[in-house]
Ligand binder design. Structure first.
Ligand SMILES: Cc1ncc(COP(=O)(O)O)c(C=O)c1O
Length: 332
């Protein structure tokens, strides 16, 4: 495949069969194979390109948003490819690897205090919102409050899953942060076949699962600490809650028994499947959203105790020669 831009390689991720002990066919949608490394490449690109078409974003502009990490990384990649400046507000919960990735794409990061109150002026959402108001020619996709986020998944991901399963999908499990993925895909699949069952995975300590009394939790990407209208409960059959312990304990077996090194929200999705596994039959075709890679969380030690790395068979005594870069960055 040859593409004119990295952004044209977003989407068309593979569905991989996982041989779990069930008569049903279980397929994982490997979203970490998107160029920015997560499902958020799709919704971020869709929102940015819609804003361009509507004249809300002009050449040389600035993209600003609040993110748990992946949406920001997607914007950072898009900004780099399209020539926009990117500013992302995050909280301390964001993994070190995601922060480094944002920086590597050249985005500016603003670390905000962790607060459960969206109304707090220092919340990462409000800081982004204020910045967007103050910055000329800026666009805030506003993923938590913009229904275009959900439309992106209705327009792109839903049809992709329907076509890849040749219309046989019977169950769809996805983590819900903004709720855009599960709601957009859920609506599309239900329009094709109203009996497809849609499951949203939430963190047991999140705002929604605790009826507005959230407590800290480790799983990144799912759960939300305030209410948002992007989620569409009309297309969700059941919201399943997953504790950190349930979601994180599956990560190591997924990597070591199935070769799937996925992030914590994918562990939560697999844990949700296990809550329902006894209801599945041989005619069922289950799609699990595996939204990002475990490589973004290695520093959090979610993947089991590591054996010490064996000593090398030889000793490297030479220091590496300093190679002069062939590209002079000042001429770029
Ligand atoms: C890794 C991961 N999984 C799941 C989600 C949830 O997706 P959505 O916001 O569409 O509900 C996110 C959102 O940021 C995420 O980063």
């Amino acid at each position: 495949m040859q593409y004119p831009s990295v952004l044209k390689a977003v989407g068309n991720t593979p569905l991989i069969q996982i041989p779990f002990d069930t008569p049903a066919t279980v397929l994982a949608k490997l979203e970490y194979l998107n160029p920015g490394g997560s499902v958020k490449d799709r919704s971020a690109l869709y929102m940015v390109e819609k804003a361009e078409k509507e004249g809300k974003l002009k050449p040389g502009g600035t993209l600003i948003d609040a993110s748990s990490g992946n949406h920001g990384i997607a914007l950072a990649m898009i900004g780099a490819a399209k020539g926009y400046k990117v500013i992302i507000t995050v909280t301390q919960k964001c993994s070190k690897e995601k922060l480094q990735t944002l920086q590597a794409y050249g985005a500016q990061i603003i670390m905000c205090k962790s607060t459960e109150l969206i109304t707090d002026p220092e919340s990462y959402h409000n800081v982004a919102y204020k910045l967007a108001q103050e910055t000329p020619n800026s666009f805030m996709p506003n993923q938590y409050y913009n229904e275009v986020n959900r439309d992106a998944h209705y327009t792109l991901l839903g049809p992709e899953i329907w076509e890849q399963t040749h219309g046989t999908v019977t169950h769809f499990f996805a983590g819900s942060g903004t709720g855009g993925t599960v709601s957009g895909v859920g609506r599309y699949l239900k329009e094709q076949n109203s009996s497809v069952k849609i499951f949203a995975l939430d963190a047991a300590n999140s705002f929604r699962a605790t009826q507005g009394n959230p407590k800290p939790y480790k799983i990144e990407g799912i759960g939300i600490d305030f209410s948002s209208d992007v989620i569409d409960y009309n297309v969700i059959d059941e919201v399943l809650t997953v504790t950190d312990q349930e979601g994180l304990s599956i990560l190591s077996p997924l990597a070591q028994q199935y070769g799937l090194l996925v992030g914590p929200s994918s562990g939560a999705v697999a844990a949700g499947l296990f809550q329902k596994i006894n209801t599945l039959t041989k005619d069922d075709v289950v799609v699990l959203m595996f939204s990002d890679s475990g490589r973004a969380y290695l520093s959090k030690n979610f993947y089991g105790a590591q054996d010490e790395i064996a000593a090398p068979l030889y000793t490297q005594t030479d220091t590496y020669p300093q190679v002069k870069p062939e590209i002079d960055s000042t001429t770029l």
